[in-house]
Design a protein around this ligand. Structure first.
Ligand code: G6Q
Length: 565
């Protein structure tokens, strides 16, 4: 018999705490309440359960909550010391205990410039110096005064990175594309599937392409492989022109990293390295030099506006009472559904084409942060933690998966995100998009009763017998919760606020569940086993024991690829 793999001597006490038990009791009383009744009982429900913050409106009235529910949820937040932990994070305390690190992405956008200390050192001068270095560099590139190895200006930036070193700047670049410079493109390479980089390089001119190799560690397998492929491609072209490769690399390769030795080892001049710090987690790094590709695309002034927007949300999060605190409200609603209703997932549904990457970005931000089953003290979490986050551009989803939201058996709370003013408003596109956005949350909440459906079928002239057969299939239970997050316009500032709002929501949930949201040990094991299998492929030998499934799969690759035999 194999030894027990994990020994967790103790269990996290959360579900036996007073605030949790009170919510459990309350849930039993209200779990069947329909939101439509709550709206009918209270004409002020929208104004009482919505908050305007700057240009953003959060309407959380379409949730299965009453004042009592919210009160109990805030009691839980207080019991779990959300405010105390929040202050510890902002002050630079090492709350990422398993890695011994502070969690200070908020310092990167600390536009007040008030000192923030880590190990007795104020981190603000370093942050400001790096911002200044990025401003100077990005202005040179964007103005065309930074020349490539044949004297051409840069027209294309390729960010080579993965995970936190890809999703953030990628999402920001898409979101703020209306602010980009004309005839200036940004591309993102992340997967080690050579298809992606090959297709991209085929369309690029090495004389006017700048590569940003973004990797906190500068050891990530996928990124370093892509960076070497890009370098090789580039040097082949430089060779054709008979230019010095060292000078050419200096003009076309820059690095974003915390690892200077590895950057130099790769052949990138440390002068061309943009730094950040171990207290910036990968999935929280878009505010740091990891944002360089997006800065080159949208310009430093717009990037600073995004930082300002995020800082505004930081200030709101730090100062608003829990009852009026947007990230806290969103977090506690998520806990209500996840831990009491048993909702397993939560959807992110932007009605704004430029926010199409937001679901992918938030999948990482949320699931890598709170996908944990052990609490901060190493005890087993006996309650659900991070929910499955998923989503897509809402209007496309309507024609694909919304059926399940409307009539499926699962409860899936959703965030509907829209902008009121669009950068492009051709003919009636804007009104159609906005109407769909509004109608979907209404339909999810309201549903359609048996009587209403019967009446509609009668009005449509359907034969009564046929109508009775169809009836059960056409009824909508409704009572599906949603938040509407409406931006006046998707500006850099608004985007900054939006992302910071989600970061703090994730933080609050992590605190309530007593997790360390800032480590990610769960990504290690697969990486280690990859090394073993890669070695077996390269040496064409069986070096490590595997289960019969993995062994069989390895052999299937070998049988079907001559070079592996
Ligand atoms: C983020 C994760 C992960 C990380 C990537 C890339 O929080 O740690 O997504 O960003 O693995 O790591 P490097 O930046 O070190 O290449």
């Amino acid at each position: 018999m194999r030894p027990v793999r994990v020994i967790l001597n103790s269990k996290s006490p959360l579900i036996n705490t007073p605030a949790w038990l009170a919510l459990q009791d309350h849930f039993e009383l209200v779990k069947k309440t329909h939101m439509l009744d709550l709206f009918e009982q209270d004409e002020q429900r929208f104004s009482r359960y919505s908050i305007q913050f700057k240009d953003m409106l959060l309407d959380y009235s379409k949730n299965r909550v009453t004042d009592e529910t919210l009160g109990l949820l805030f009691d839980l937040a207080r019991q779990q010391q959300v405010e105390e932990w929040r202050d510890r994070m902002f002050s630079g305390e090492k709350i990422n205990t398993t890695e011994g690190r502070a969690v200070l992405h908020t310092a990167l956008r600390n536009r007040s410039n008030k000192p923030v200390y880590v190990d007795g050192e104020n981190v603000m001068p370093g942050i400001n110096a790096e911002l200044e270095k990025m401003r100077i560099f990005s202005e040179k590139v964007r103005s065309g005064s930074w020349k490539g190895y044949t004297g051409k200006a840069i027209s294309d930036v390729v960010n080579i990175g993965i995970g936190g070193s890809d999703l953030g700047p990628n999402m920001v670049s898409r979101a703020l594309s209306p602010y980009a410079k004309d005839h200036f493109n940004v591309h993102f390479v992340s997967t080690v599937d050579g298809m992606q980089i090959q297709q991209m390089l085929r369309d690029l001119n090495p004389e006017s392409t700048l590569f940003v190799v973004a990797s906190k560690t500068f050891t990530t397998q996928e990124t370093m492989t892509n960076a070497l492929t890009a370098k090789q491609w580039f040097l082949e072209h430089v060779g054709e022109h008979g230019k010095s490769s060292e000078d050419a690399i200096r003009r076309h390769f820059v690095a974003v990293s915390t690892n200077e030795a590895a950057v130099s080892g790769f052949g990138i001049d440390p002068e061309n390295m943009f730094r950040f710090w171990d207290w910036v987690g990968g999935r929280y790094s878009l505010w740091s030099a990891v944002g360089l590709a997006s800065i080159l695309y949208i310009g430093m002034d717009n990037f600073i506006k995004m930082l300002e927007g995020a800082h505004e949300m930081d200030e709101h999060f730090q100062s608003a009472p829990l009852e009026k605190n947007i990230p806290v409200i969103l977090a506690m609603l998520g806990i209500w559904y996840g831990n009491f209703f048993g909702a397993e997932s939560s959807a992110i549904l932007p009605y704004d084409h430029n926010l199409r990457m937001l679901p992918a970005y938030l999948e990482q931000a949320d699931m890598e942060s709170n996908g944990k089953s052990v609490d901060r003290e190493g005890r087993q979490a006996t309650y659900s933690t991070g929910k499955i986050i998923w989503g897509a551009e809402g209007i496309n989803g309507q024609h694909a998966f919304y059926q399940l939201l409307h009539q499926g058996t699962r409860l899936i709370p959703a965030d509907f995100i829209a902008s009121v003013q669009f950068p492009v408003c051709i003919r009636d596109h804007c009104n159609i998009l906005a109407s769909n956005f509004l109608a979907q949350t209404e339909a999810l909440m309201r549903g359609r009763t048996m009587e209403e459906t019967r009446e509609q079928l009668r009005e449509a002239g359907i034969d009564p017998d046929e109508a009775e057969t169809r009836l059960p299939h056409m009824v909508f239970e409704g009572n599906q919760p949603s938040n509407s997050i409406v931006l006046k316009k998707l500006t850099p500032r608004a985007l900054g606020r939006l992302i910071a709002m989600y970061e703090h929501k994730i933080f609050v949930q992590g605190i309530v569940w007593n997790l360390n949201s800032y480590d990610q040990w769960g990504v290690e094991l697969g990486k280690n086993l990859t090394k073993n299998i890669l070695e077996e492929f390269e040496t064409k030998r069986d070096l490590y024991p595997h289960d019969s499934s993995t062994h069989g799969l390895i052999n299937w690759f070998r049988q079907n690829r001559e070079d592996l035999r």
